[in-house]
Design a protein around this ligand. Structure first.
Ligand code: DQA
Length: 147
């Protein structure tokens, strides 16, 4: 059975309550559900993990190797700062798709740079929670193409 991991970084546990004008009213469970339902259409299972701690996210990326076909990753604020996460993504073969709920390019300039995009398969930005569904579709298309 193929599996995907939905990985979420700091403060995303607060989705639904956190800055709803930017992130909407949907919760993290809603985001995971979208990815899970999308993957289930192709018989693929989804696990999820959220942490507010950079090292825990690095551990999760390292442990994805050999276990998952792909990772849907919203690194939240660590997107803009974390060389450690970038190196972890570089160290594994599993494709990672970077997701942002908001359009980071319309926001403060410090959000315009991603440390991670260069080592991710792709980036989905600004489509709200739908981004989690789009990322699942993108990963599934790409590993079907690889067969
Ligand atoms: C975010 C964008 C980041 O800049 C921010 O720090 C987040 C959420 C998004 O999903 O839009 O926490 O990753």
């Amino acid at each position: 059975m193929k599996r995907l991991l939905v990985l979420n970084g700091p403060n995303l546990n607060l989705l639904g309550k956190r800055e709803p004008g930017i992130y909407g009213h949907g919760t993290l469970d809603d985001a995971v559900k979208l990815a899970r339902e999308t993957a289930a259409e192709k018989g693929i299972e989804v696990d999820e993990y959220q942490s507010n701690h950079e090292g825990d996210l690095i551990d999760a990326i390292q442990q994805a190797e050999g276990k998952y076909e792909g990772v849907i990753f919203n690194p939240a604020a660590y997107t803009h700062t974390s060389i450690g996460l970038r190196d972890a993504i570089s160290a594994i073969e599993v494709p990672v798709v970077e997701v942002h709920i908001s359009n980071v390019h319309q926001r403060e300039s410090f959000r315009h740079q991603s440390m991670l995009s260069p080592v991710c398969q792709g980036q989905i930005v600004g489509f709200g929670l739908l981004g989690y569904r789009l990322a699942a579709l993108a990963l599934m298309e790409s590993f079907e193409g690889r067969r």
